[in-house]
Design a protein around this ligand. Structure first.
Ligand SMILES: C[S@@+](CC[C@H](N)C(=O)[O-])C[C@H]1O[C@@H](n2cnc3c(N)ncnc32)[C@H](O)[C@@H]1O
Length: 277
């Protein structure tokens, strides 16, 4: 069915309003391109003829809402994703963090934990694991549960091993997991000092006194206004001189908060909060 673009825009905004009112999840400032792509995908899978039909289903059936939530939460991630970023963390940022007697790290939008466990390995190899606390958050309850299991499909190990080595890994990656016939289970010591919790960047508050915030490949799903709000949340969560790491396609260039940071490694999207910010 061909829907007039204006009608589609109205249906979309009614759907987001309904989800917000009924379930408290606020997608109204997600990027339009992302919303349209994911909703079209759901319409074609479910056979709904219009966004209004999807809205009816989401409102009246919580199971359908959970599916909708999963649709909007893209969970693609990898261990040591962008190895040069992890190499920069290892070579430049961890030595600075190591000057603090203790430090706190927040992984916001941590998905199934690949990024968090990569950090745990870096801290372990730097001999800093006991001094750091890692807070790992996501708004998707199902993916957080998976993150806590610390298990990954065997098929991904070849890629993770290569990336670990490119990121300057000091050991054999195989030292960090045991494999059964389907999955690799990360060694339990890597989970120590990691606290997983549900946190929605749109509606929840600050995590105080962080020395490092890692929020990679999450802001790309938000519109400019929401990106600004979330970067503001990071400004308030970071201690003076704290570090902020974004994804390779993300930037502070157009942010209202750009002047509160200085680039540390611009190419790797690593910034430092100015002491006077
Ligand atoms: C593409 S993954 C990025 C995972 C990891 N940071 C990385 O770069 O590999 C995006 C994650 O952001 C989460 N996310 C999306 N909107 C969120 C929100 N409002 N609050 C918290 N997490 C959110 C999704 O559930 C998903 O796990």
């Amino acid at each position: 069915m061909n829907v007039h673009p204006e009608t589609e825009r109205i249906e979309l905004s009614l759907l987001l309003e309904a989800v917000h009112l009924k379930y408290g999840y606020d997608f109204r400032n997600y990027s339009m391109a992302h919303l349209k792509r994911r909703i079209e995908h759901r319409l074609s899978l479910s056979g709904f003829a219009s966004i209004s039909m999807l809205q009816h289903a989401v409102l009246h059936d919580e199971a359908m809402f959970r599916i909708f939530l999963q649709d909007l939460s893209i969970n693609v991630s990898e261990m040591f994703r962008d190895p040069s970023f992890y190499k920069a963390l290892r070579d430049e940022i961890l030595p600075m963090l190591g000057t603090y007697p203790s430090f706190k790290i927040w992984h916001a939008g941590c998905s199934a934990g690949q990024e968090v466990y990569s950090m745990a390995i870096l801290l372990h190899e730097a001999g800093m694991r006991d001094r750091g606390q890692i807070y790992a958050t996501d708004f998707n309850r199902a993916i957080l549960k998976q993150a806590q299991e610390a298990a990954f499909p065997l098929a991904q190990l070849k890629d993770y091993t290569a990336k670990y080595q490119q990121a300057g890994g000091e050991n054999s990656f195989a030292d960090y997991y045991t494999a059964n016939n389907k999955r690799a289970l990360l060694r339990p010591f890597l989970k120590e000092r990691i606290f997983f919790s549900e946190h929605n960047l749109v509606t929840d508050g600050v995590f105080g006194e962080m020395h490092l915030v890692v929020c990679r490949n999450v802001l790309i799903y938000f519109d400019r206004e929401l990106q600004d709000r979330v970067v503001g949340l990071f400004v308030d969560s970071l201690c003076p001189g704290g570090f902020l790491c974004l994804g390779s396609k993300e930037s502070l260039k157009f942010s209202r908060h750009a002047d509160k940071f200085e680039p540390v490694r611009e190419k790797e999207k690593i910034f430092r909060k100015r002491r006077d910010a």
